[in-house]
Design a protein around this ligand. Structure first.
Ligand code: 1CP
Length: 356
């Protein structure tokens, strides 16, 4: 693998290290997805979403689609956080028009006691093949981000058996049998460490941990049931690989009230959702970590003029000295986003440097 220093565009990695950049780098969560007609066409050819994830050639094809259209500063591996519980034997399926479902949700004590961390090269070998294929296809143009779900977010899906609005099952376990939840989180943490390390060994140049549901926890429960395990992951993953430092980003949806504790986890960057004021976040933690975010994805449903104005508000709120900021949305891009609106966003973020 060619070292990151030979990347044609390393602004994303430099911003995470809080080094000077040519322009504020931008990539978008779910940049490959259903808002792109070419993604929908490839998904149709693949047959379904899981086949798309499990075929390294299809995964590579869709990873590159947004980069062919837009001047993005990073690629993200096309996969899903739920491949890890699938590899742990829970039986993932996506029903047409529906969200993800597990055939065997994790609720019984015996099943929780039997849970083990899978060998990523064996049970998730298709992800490793995808990472290698994508790195080769990127050919040093922009860095490749690997990712995983956080243990608590994965546990939400594993215990609920799919997406949830009220988190009844996991909250019942958290307050009634915290020992069982702790066992799930401990095993999942080991699984995530091995999985992210394997992605790094195969070519991922930065890693992101998605804690989509940590923000649904009570104030005191957040540190104990979500952040503590992410801290173990940050400590357990390769800090350096192939002569390069591998930055880590914790995406903390709804995590605005815990920024100081998150910044102390050892991560290099914090992904912010749009409910947090990025100026305030920078004052609180900007000296210690980079910040990624945090435009409301709903802005992309408006018009190129509004998008440019709202993007500028985020850039100006982050403030002078554009180092330490990776521009992104506060959550995944909506499937109803017109693709040309993304062009307007990427152009406004890149042009901002010209004026600043
Ligand atoms: O029908 C389709 O084509 C599937 C839609 C889709 C896509 C495009 C799903 C199902 N997953 C993905 C890809 C995906 N998921 C990526 C790819 C890389 C990228 O371009 O960003 C990533 C990083 C994820 C991560 C992911 N999956 C998260 C964490 C981030 C977030 O959005 O909060 C979560 C929570 C999931 C679970 C998941 N996978 C898919 C859906 C619809 C969901 C949400 C289910 C729910 O809770 O309702």
């Amino acid at each position: 693998m060619s070292p990151a220093s030979r990347l044609k565009n390393d602004n994303f990695l430099r911003a995470l290290r809080r080094q000077t950049v040519d322009h504020t780098p931008i990539w978008l969560m779910r940049q490959a997805g259903r808002y792109l007609p070419e993604y929908c066409a490839t998904r149709q050819r693949a047959g379904d979403f899981l086949t798309l994830c499990k075929s390294p050639d299809f995964a590579c094809e869709v990873t590159l689609q947004p980069l062919a259209r837009y001047d993005l500063d990073a690629a993200i591996l096309f996969s899903d956080i739920l491949t890890v519980p699938d590899a742990m034997g829970l039986g993932l399926c996506f029903e047409a028009g529906d969200g993800p479902r597990f055939e065997r949700p994790l609720r019984e004590e015996w099943a929780i006691n039997n849970l083990t961390a899978p060998d990523p090269y064996d049970r998730l070998g298709y992800v490793m093949d995808a990472v290698r294929t994508i790195r080769k296809a990127l050919d040093g143009s922009v860095p490749l981000i690997g990712f995983s779900g956080s243990p608590y977010t994965l546990a939400c899906y594993m215990v609920e058996g799919g997406g949830s609005k009220d988190f009844c099952h996991i909250k019942r376990m958290l307050y009634g049998r915290p020992d069982l939840l702790r066992r799930i989180l401990a095993v999942t943490t080991q699984a995530v460490i091995a999985y992210l390390n394997a992605q790094i060994e195969c070519g991922a140049q930065a890693v992101m941990i998605f804690d989509t549901w940590g923000g649904s926890l009570a104030h005191t429960a957040y540190v104990e049931f979500s952040l503590a395990y992410m801290r173990d992951i940050v400590a357990g993953i390769h800090r350096n690989w192939a002569g390069e430092t591998i930055p880590s980003i914790l995406f903390a949806k709804g995590g605005g009230q815990w920024l100081e504790q998150i910044a102390a986890s050892g991560c290099d960057g914090i992904g912010l959702d749009w409910t947090t004021d990025i100026a305030d976040a920078r004052r609180r933690v900007g000296g210690r970590v980079a910040l990624q975010g945090n435009l409301d994805p709903g802005v992309l449903l408006s018009s190129p003029e509004v998008i440019a104005a709202e993007a500028r508000k985020v850039l100006e709120a982050f403030g002078a000295g554009n180092t330490g900021h990776v521009f992104n949305l506060g959550h995944g891009i909506s499937r109803f986003t017109p693709p040309e609106h993304v062009t307007a966003l990427v152009e406004s973020v890149h042009q901002y440097k010209a004026r600043s």
